[in-house]
Design a protein around this ligand. Structure first.
Ligand code: NAP
Length: 290
């Protein structure tokens, strides 16, 4: 197995695959990251030299989203025919359309934390979480089977769908919520100084839950908005419509309407995929500030 980009996702994949008995070859940008991956037992060998990956049968490209397509193109310059490449980027249509390697399979594990880098990688991150693969009519069936087997080995819940459907669904449940959560934080800090001081003191678990992803890595949010722009806009418009309806019902003191909306939201919440508790973080690893 090869991993390109030993960060949170690539490092976590490497930890699990090594634990499963695969021989994992890791390539990353910085030698310090490679050293940490070796020290943590995530990889058998790690290097900043991409040629190391010529020895792999299946490579997961785990670099930042906007570097995925150029990285696959660079790998295609020297990999032998038949090596399977899969990516993990959070947007699929744009990436799948631009990766012409015949043994490419688009993928996206629906798992993560608010941290970055090899130091934040955790074992078991993908267990019981959805892992999406987005084959198209161009996808080599044997390449798809190889990636499916690896996903199943990780203990993840395999979901097969097409790239556009993936992007529409993640806009609803992953990308738009980042901006909704960010807007809540931005609205909060508009309060006058005295009120804001008290609000900061009183904020508890409810506020922490609803703002967790809005307080995450700005680069990731920007990449979601740029690369899944059309679908994020559709989801935000749907959200604005619902918020406006609630605003109007409260303005008009239409309490029947308010309670009906909240009863519906309470009922439908359970219909979304239940999340297992997050795995514990790696205790002693250094964290990179990016
Ligand atoms: P990350 O922790 O920042 O890791 C990315 C790693 O890529 C960095 O550690 C960096 O390694 C390496 N890298 C950057 N440029 C490289 C290059 N040119 N060659 C080799 N290695 C390079 O980010 P991440 O959260 O793992 O995200 C990686 C991918 O996973 C993205 O496509 C993202 O969309 C996707 N994803 C993220 C999440 C999430 O919640 N974070 C969830 C699902 C999918 P160095 O340390 O050596 O610089």
């Amino acid at each position: 197995m090869g991993i390109l980009g030993l960060g949170l996702i690539g490092g976590s994949l490497a930890l699990d695959l090594s634990q499963l008995g695969y021989q994992v070859l890791g390539v990353s940008l910085q030698t310090t990251t490679c050293a940490l991956a070796c020290q943590r037992g995530a990889v058998r060998v790690a290097s900043t030299d991409w040629q190391l990956l010529a020895g792999a049968d299946l490579i997961f490209v785990c670099v930042p989203l906007d570097q995925t397509v150029p990285s696959v193109a660079r790998l295609a310059e020297f990999l032998p025919e038949g090596v399977v490449i899969s990516d993990v980027a959070s947007v699929k249509a744009d990436i799948v359309a631009h990766c012409s390697w015949p043994w490419f399979v688009g993928g996206h594990p629906m798992a993560g934390t608010a941290q970055q880098g090899m130091g934040a990688a955790v074992q078991g991150l993908f267990r019981d979480r959805p892992y999406v693969l987005t084959p198209t009519v161009m996808t080599d069936p044997e390449a798809l089977i190889s990636v499916q087997m690896a996903v199943q080995d990780l203990g993840a819940k395999l979901v097969l769908t097409d790239p556009v459907a993936h992007d529409r669904a993640v806009a609803l449940v992953s990308h738009a919520p980042v901006f909704v959560s960010a807007a809540l934080l931005l609205a909060g800090v508009q309060a006058d100084t005295e009120l804001l001081g008290l609000a900061r003191q009183l904020a508890s678990t409810g506020f922490a839950d609803t703002t967790r992803i809005g307080g995450g890595n700005p680069e990731l949010g920007l990449l979601m908005a740029r690369h899944n722009r059309a679908q994020v806009l559709v989801s935000l418009a749907a959200y604005q419509t619902q918020l406006q309806k609630l605003h109007q019902a409260i303005t008009e003191e239409d309490w029947a309407q308010v309670v009906q909306a909240l009863q519906t939201s309470q009922r439908v919440r359970g219909e979304f995929s239940p999340l297992p508790p997050a795995p514990p973080p790696y205790p002693a690893g250094p964290r990179r500030a990016e």
